[in-house]
Design a protein around this ligand. Structure first.
Ligand code: GDG
Length: 464
């Protein structure tokens, strides 16, 4: 009998709510898992490459298998969750309590004891899985608000490992967060980390103030190392992909289908109430009403990928968007019958998304609150000829790094209309100067830099 030695345990374990995979059926009806490339995959690929790393998360199925999957060099470790756990942990506490709590845009967090119980339970399951797979003295890197208790649970079982946590969404005013009945548990649990990362310095400041407010006896030195690590995109990959013939052909096809209007305004988002989609459509309505453009000379293309459709507030948003579009398109008809607002309510293939970035004249990112906003960065990375204007909300983390955008307080619709008008009359030279600078900054500060910096700090913090 020959014994095969088991492979060494992974030194780095990334933990996120969703594993970066999607299933599709092949011609025989068999289900095939595929790696779904996203920013985080690209960012962590170098660190995860080879046999020394694993990724723990939910694979999107109900009560699915926990069998590890090896895909394109990634060792994926699915955590099996029941439908009730998904409802309570993901749709409930994560997306109906914590998401509105941390974005603080006037949507009241809902709460139920059952949600909290399953939030605890699911965080425990994730932590358990991490502890089973991570090598001694290894590193655990936890992603985002769905898993805020994982660091504490991991620490209690595995004092040997280094633990980092990155908060992808905003951390608003301390008093607001401290008002949540389990705020102390969530935040003090993060105290088990060696490094806690946020998008902006203001998020870091609010987090530290909140910890002090919840527990005034906490001394500066007993706080975990917390700092800003602004996330970014795989700039070179986006830039290269955006110049592929398929993308350029699709861009041409779009322009032709809209009747080659002089101005293409663009919005690209998950359909989420934090993204300020209604505000920007209302601003475009004002722009049409002002006579600065007409439905013949301009089109607003809104791409919206459906998101969290089981949550009532998202259904309400979808209805609000439909009503505005219907009204604008009826009030401002074009000669050809092409609507003033073209609504692509679907999860677009990557090629089509890039084609939209290429064909747009004015990109409008009007988030009411947004950790970073990667769409703003993708747009500039996709612009090869230094044309195109970026309108960017001051409430998106990206605004701090993209000062050459036309910055706007997106709560004020008439201010969005004003910057749309500015974009229409901006000199070509000025547009190019701004775009060149934006592109140069995004090219340098890419997601690889983000991953290297935060993982580097994590290894330093552990040694200290
Ligand atoms: C969270 C934080 C933070 C969107 N629609 C389609 C599509 N997308 C892609 C975009 C972009 C990504 O999804 C969205 O990223 P964002 O950063 O804009 O927003 P969130 O999803 O809210 O992300 C955010 C981020 O985490 C990272 O830390 O920046 O603040 O909220 O990459 O391109 N991609 C395709 N079709 C679509 O229809 N293919």
């Amino acid at each position: 009998m020959s014994l095969t030695p088991s492979p060494p345990l992974p030194k780095l374990v990334v933990v996120s709510n969703r594993l970066p995979i999607a299933y599709r059926e092949d011609s025989t009806g068999a289900t095939i898992p595929r790696l779904s490339p996203g920013g985080l995959v690209a960012a962590l690929a170098p660190a995860l490459a080879g046999s020394g790393a694993a990724w723990v998360g939910w694979d999107g199925t109900f009560s699915g298998s926990e069998e590890p999957l090896d895909l394109e060099g990634f060792s994926l470790q699915p955590v099996s969750l029941t439908q009730a756990q998904i409802t309570n942990h993901y749709e409930g506490l994560s997306n109906s309590t914590l998401w509105p709590l941390f974005h603080n845009v006037g949507v009241n967090p809902e709460y139920s004891e059952a949600w909290w119980a399953d939030y605890l339970q699911v965080n425990r399951l994730f932590a358990q899985r991490v502890c089973n797979v991570v090598a001694e003295d290894g590193t655990v890197f936890v992603q985002d608000y769905q898993l805020m208790l994982v660091p504490e649970f991991v620490r209690s079982l595995r004092p040997d490992v280094a633990i980092g946590y990155f908060h992808h969404i905003p951390f608003p005013d301390a008093t607001h967060v401290a008002g949540f009945e389990h705020a102390a548990e969530l935040l003090e649990g993060l105290g088990a980390c060696d490094v806690v990362g946020f998008q902006r310095q203001s998020d870091v400041d609010h987090f530290r103030a909140c910890l002090q407010e919840l527990n005034p006896s906490v001394e500066g030195t007993s706080l975990p190392h917390s700092a800003a690590y602004p996330i970014s995109i795989d700039s070179a990959a986006v830039s290269t992909a955006a110049s592929q013939p398929m993308v350029l052909a699709k861009a041409q096809e779009y322009a032709t289908s809209w009747g080659n209007p002089e101005w293409v305004f663009l919005g690209v988002d998950r359909l989420d109430y934090t993204k300020g989609i209604t505000q920007r459509l209302l601003a475009f309505e004002e722009l049409l009403a002002s006579g600065a453009v007409s439905a013949d000379t301009a089109v607003f293309v809104q791409a919206g990928s459906p998101s969290r459709e089981n949550v009532a507030r998202y259904q309400q948003l979808s209805a609000e968007i439909d009503a505005i579009i219907e009204r604008v398109n009826t009030t401002f008809p074009s000669v050809t019958g092409r609507p003033a607002i073209v609504y692509l309510r679907e999860n677009l293939p990557r090629t089509d998304m890039l084609a939209l970035f290429v064909v747009a004249d004015v990109m409008v990112v009007s988030s009411l609150a947004d950790g970073m906003n990667l769409v703003a960065k993708e747009f500039v990375a996709a612009r090869h000829n230094d044309t195109g204007v970026l309108i960017l909300s001051t409430h998106a983390g990206a605004a701090e790094q993209m000062p050459e955008a036309l910055l706007v307080d997106s709560f004020v619709v008439s201010d969005i209309t004003k910057v749309m008008q500015e974009a229409l009359i901006m000199e070509k030279g000025e547009t190019a100067r701004r775009m060149k600078q934006l592109r140069a900054d995004v090219a340098i500060h890419d997601v690889a830099e983000w991953a290297t910096t935060i993982l580097g700090d994590l290894s330093q913090a552990r040694k200290a």
